[in-house]
Ligand binder design. Structure first.
Ligand code: ADP
Ligand code: MG
Length: 315
């Protein structure tokens, strides 16, 4: 199977929303009038972002999910993607399962793959994704306001716990807990519908990939504000709180959550609670934005919690 057969067979699907998809020197799209175009890229490298034994289908899912999560964080509707692959070899079964995992999620979101690049090399997966928001409506990191509530979606720390178990073989974790955590690590649900529904409700948003405190920190820095975050309120797996002395670090600095952290005014509370029910997506208030630029993680006795790990860093 040469490169062109491989692309034709596994990566060429009908791109309903493109003028011209895979197969030419460049794709052609026609952005929607009165919308802003969002562009984001994310790369997954073996050993750095995934374990070598992960199933190709899960890897296909996650390769796209992390990119969809960036669109979700902007409140953008994902439209198009280009997919670049470095593959050690042209293994038909592997590629077929990878593309199934990838395209299943793409179809769920009405996203078209309109091009890419394929080369031989150490396993590396890169997606550039394009999305849209109505002009001027995007959820940006620089728009949090003092007095805003800080919210998070889903539950945090599960993926980080799965990684810890894999690295340190902590077999005290029960199988059912581990299964939930592995699912979260390998097949995160990008919060695209939530992000889009927050347009006009939230002031700012980010997706949590490096840990809540680190990612919230980006909102705070860009918005020139500070925050109090209440450790007790952060949604996570109950097993984690009961059984791990380092639970605070795992849920606030573990990373790989791909949940949304957003800030919204007090006046939006009832609408956000309603949205949580409509989308069957847990949304929890975990803190408040302050004018004072200090940031504190506080326990139930109002005492600051010191963390040795401040979030994931690649270098
Ligand atoms: P070129 O030589 O012009 O770079 P390529 O041979 O790399 O073209 O790609 C041929 C066509 O296939 C292009 O339209 C390109 O966008 C597309 N393509 C290449 N790799 C992928 C991929 N992994 N997924 C989707 N489309 C791809
Ligand atoms: Mg090329």
């Amino acid at each position: 199977m040469n490169e062109f057969e491989l692309i034709q067979r596994y990566f060429t699907r009908h791109a309903a929303n493109a003028v011209l998809g895979v197969g030419d020197d460049a794709a052609i799209v026609r952005p929607t009038a009165h919308h802003d175009l969002h562009i984001s890229t994310d790369m997954l490298v073996q050993g750095q972002h995934f374990f070598p034994d992960v199933s190709p289908s899960a890897l296909g899912h996650k390769t796209l999910a992390v990119n969809l999560s960036d669109m979700a964080a902007m409140g953008a509707t994902p439209c198009w993607a280009v997919l670049s692959l470095a593959l050690p070899k042209a293994d038909k079964n592997w590629i077929s399962e990878f593309s199934d995992g990838f395209f299943r999620l793409a179809e769920e979101h009405g996203l078209s793959v309109i091009g890419g690049d394929t080369t031989c090399g150490p396993l590396t997966l890169s997606v550039t994704i394009f999305g849209e928001t109505p002009r001027g409506q995007a959820l940006r990191r620089d728009a949090a306001q003092a007095g805003d509530d800080i919210w998070v979606s889903g539950a945090l720390g599960l993926a980080a716990l799965a990684i810890k178990q894999r690295l340190h073989h902590d077999f005290s974790i029960p199988d059912d807990v581990m299964a939930e955590c592995t699912q979260q690590l390998e097949r995160p649900t990008p919060r695209v519908t939530l992000g889009r529904s927050l347009l006009g409700l939230a002031h700012s948003a980010i997706d949590i990939s490096d840990g809540l405190m680190a990612d919230l920190g980006h909102i705070l820095a860009r918005s020139n504000v500070g925050a109090d975050v209440w450790l007790e309120n952060i949604p996570t797996h109950p097993w984690l709180v009961k059984n791990r002395r380092d639970f605070a670090e795992i849920i606030t600095a573990g990373g790989d959550d791909y949940e949304l952290c957003f800030t919204a005014p007090h006046s939006a509370r009832s609408k956000i609670t309603k949205l949580s029910e409509e989308l069957s997506c847990p949304l929890t208030r975990v803190g408040r934005i302050k004018t004072d630029k200090s940031t504190r993680l506080i326990d139930r006795f109002e005492q600051p919690v010191a963390l040795s790990n401040k979030g994931y860093s690649h270098f």
